[in-house]
Design a protein around this ligand. Sequence first.
Ligand SMILES: CCCCCCCCCCCCC/C=C/C(=O)SCCNC(=O)CCNC(=O)[C@H](O)C(C)(C)COP(=O)(O)OP(=O)(O)OC[C@H]1O[C@@H](n2cnc3c(N)ncnc32)[C@H](O)[C@@H]1OP(=O)(O)O
Length: 289
Amino acid sequence: MALAAAGRVLLQAGSRLGRREVVDGARRFANKRVEVEADEAAGIAVMKLKNPPVNSLSLEFLTEFLISLEKLENNKNFRGVILTSERPGVFSAGLDLMEMYGRNPAHYAEYWRAVQELWLRLYLSNMILVCAINGTSPAGGCLMALTCDHRIMADNPKYTIGLNESQLGIVAPFWFKDNFVNTVGYRTAEHALQLGLLFPPAEALKLGIVDEVVPEDQVHSKAQSVMAQWMAIPDHSRQLTKNMMRKAMADNLIKQREADIQNFVSFISRDSIQKSLHTYLEKLKQKKG
Ligand SMILES: CCCCCCCCCCCCC/C=C/C(=O)SCCNC(=O)CCNC(=O)[C@H](O)C(C)(C)COP(=O)(O)OP(=O)(O)OC[C@H]1O[C@@H](n2cnc3c(N)ncnc32)[C@H](O)[C@@H]1OP(=O)(O)O
């Protein structure tokens, strides 16, 4: 119920943005930041993140992504989604730092609600989600991948994945932490979260952050073959099992959603946290010059 209401708000936000949909033979639809190649006969869609330069999860991106996902969820012909980046090299740089820096409390609250919504929608999706991680994926990018049922990462040692929030002077919220703990186990999560570690593919595989590492040019074909394997399982039994495994964790956020937003707003508004973000943003800039 709460999810449906939030979804309506996002749809309204989407139309406020005035984005026009491009429909190409009903097989491909795109808004500015998300491209969907939808093969209705096969029941599979490929969702490509395309929010240059680094697929950061801005409020506009989150809104467009949620609208595209909802379209697929509402069409019962679609059973599986492959999530990937349109720009190989960066899967997603995570939450958009500019949405959390130098804004007002109302903006922080709106942004955080959308971040929660993305996580809940992906984590509780009835569809099979396969993540084709074709680039670096820190923090919120990693979280997005963690919501999927199966993760395949490109074997490129330049790419890393993990929850690096503590390196930015911020804290991974409890539901990021829970999702991570449920994936890699408590001790690994405790260690990695405190140090804000980012792992190259081989290490990520060893720790269970990803399920498979394959040569870069095989990420998409592998995602298709994994999807075929998952599609062979009857939907009702797979969905009931997924729900049984995930519901308690999602409910834990749903029941304290407003408190979580308030925590985020007061945490991110602190002068000390804004200073940390400023320092990190400067570091990103200096890296270039
Ligand atoms: C008492 C306890 C209470 C607890 C309460 C908890 C409350 C909750 C607290 C807050 C929780 C927040 C959780 C946050 C999650 C996140 O996801 S934070 C984001 C983390 N992301 C990163 O650290 C990645 C940073 N980026 C990079 O490392 C690199 O950009 C890259 C991804 C490796 C790509 O490198 P490259 O291709 O070389 O591109 P760049 O030149 O570095 O970047 C291009 C431009 O993009 C900008 N940019 C990069 N990342 C981001 C980003 N995440 N958001 C916004 N913008 C980004 C970068 O600055 C460049 O900009 P220009 O200089 O203007 O070109």
